[in-house]
Design a protein around this ligand. Structure first.
Ligand SMILES: [Zn+2]
Ligand SMILES: [Zn+2]
Length: 389
């Protein structure tokens, strides 16, 4: 069964670029788009141009003083005085040209995706430039300046009165989105990520389950470093299915950072592309089972821009369209990009088993992940199903 899905994109979003040697590199989107085209997976009528988010929308989450600072820094020749107070002008989040305008466009693209789905124009929609899950209300953080996920969820609440599930499988904890809705029982946030013991931002413990009315509506499964496909997928399935079903959302937003791949230079997880094939499959199935297919996917981290991001996000878009994508990467794409790539480009969407790292601690890692999942289910599920005590 194929599905009607929108690919929200404009080349102006490629200007979300901190600096030449910054790890968050928009070339990954160019590579992904090109791979989708080489596969024949992007049709003209899939493409939708985004609008930029307006001030009123940005203010549903971000503080005015922060937005004013971003605007000021966007002017040519502006001094960066005071920028550090907002996490800007730092090594992670340097000032770049038109950052306010480009950031608003990325937010607007996720908002556009949410509107397309809610108005029934498509079943699913994607904004791969989005997924800027670390941005706080008055603080840039972890390469994220404006939080597209939070603002889209605010719009879904305000305009459509939705109950929203947010599912984040970036290797880093989805902290900005979690804290934004930590006391809100109408937004359930789920984050699977590498444990914060050694990785930014350090949060995302099992015990973070929400607060006040939102108690039980934040879910965190910290995975051990070197977690592989089998453990990741199994725990994801076992936690996400019952929790999302119990919550009964109107729409699912998934953040699809692919920086948990074993090639990724910034994290320590050991997933292969199999994880990035299975996660969207589970989310997709759930969307049709629980919310009439309403599903918005956004991007996120992914720092092996050559060998991982294009493949992982091709699998994601193929899943959204309901198309089984052949594993063999089209020659034309490999040929086109080989000259620029510092690495040999993989010939298949599937990772070669001989490339997978050998993980001596596997049984211990699997056991710890399993125990974390069980703790999550035991603490949250009784609240969501109303079976406490
Ligand atoms: Zn579908
Ligand atoms: Zn990340």
């Amino acid at each position: 069964m194929t599905c009607k899905a929108a690919f929200v994109f404009t080349p102006d979003m490629l200007k979300y670029h901190f600096s030449e040697d910054h790890p968050f590199n928009p070339v990954r989107l160019r590579l992904t788009l090109d791979l989708l085209e080489a596969y024949g997976l992007l049709e003209q009528n899939d493409m939708v141009l985004p609008r930029a988010a307006n001030m009123e929308e940005l203010l549903t989450f971000h503080e005015e003083r922060y937005l004013q600072m971003l605007k000021k820094l966007s002017e040519p020749g502006a001094s960066d005085e005071g920028a550090h107070l907002y996490g800007l002008g730092t090594e992670d989040n340097p000032v770049f040209p038109e950052m306010f305008k480009v950031g608003s466009l990325v937010v607007g693209a996720t908002v556009t995706a949410a509107e397309l789905v809610m108005e029934g124009k498509v079943e699913h929609a994607i904004n791969l430039s989005g997924g800027l899950h670390h941005a706080h209300s008055a603080m840039a953080s972890g390469f994220c300046i404006l939080n597209d996920a939070v603002i889209a969820i605010k719009l879904l609440q305000k305009k459509y009165n939705c109950r929203v599930v947010y599912i984040d499988t970036d290797a880093h904890h989805g902290d900005g989105v979690q804290w934004a809705f930590y006391e809100d029982p109408n937004v359930l946030t789920i984050s699977f990520h590498e444990t914060g013991r050694f990785l930014f931002p350090g949060t995302g413990k099992v015990a973070e389950v929400g607060k006040g009315l939102g108690y039980g509506y934040a879910v965190n499964v910290p995975l051990e470093a070197f977690t592989e496909d089998e453990s990741w997928i199994k725990n994801f399935r076992e936690v996400v299915y019952p929790i999302v079903k119990a919550f009964e959302p109107d729409i699912i937003i998934s953040q699809n950072g692919c920086d948990g791949h074993f090639y990724d230079p910034l994290t320590h997880l050991s997933a292969s592309t199999l994880t990035y094939k299975e996660i969207p499959k589970i989310v997709h199935r759930l969307a049709h089972e629980v919310c009439d297919g309403k599903w918005v996917a956004i991007g996120g981290g992914g720092y092996d821009i050559w060998k991982v991001v294009p493949r992982a996000w091709t699998l994601l878009w193929g899943e959204m369209k309901g198309i089984k994508v052949p594993a063999k990467i089209p020659e034309a794409w490999i040929k086109k990009w080989s000259a620029q790539s510092p690495f040999v480009l993989p010939p298949s969407l599937n990772d070669d088993p001989s490339e997978l790292p050998d993980i001596p601690r596997r049984p211990e890692i699997e056991e710890k992940n399993y125990l974390a999942s069980q703790r999550v289910l035991n603490s949250v599920l009784p609240i969501l199903t109303g079976n406490i005590g």
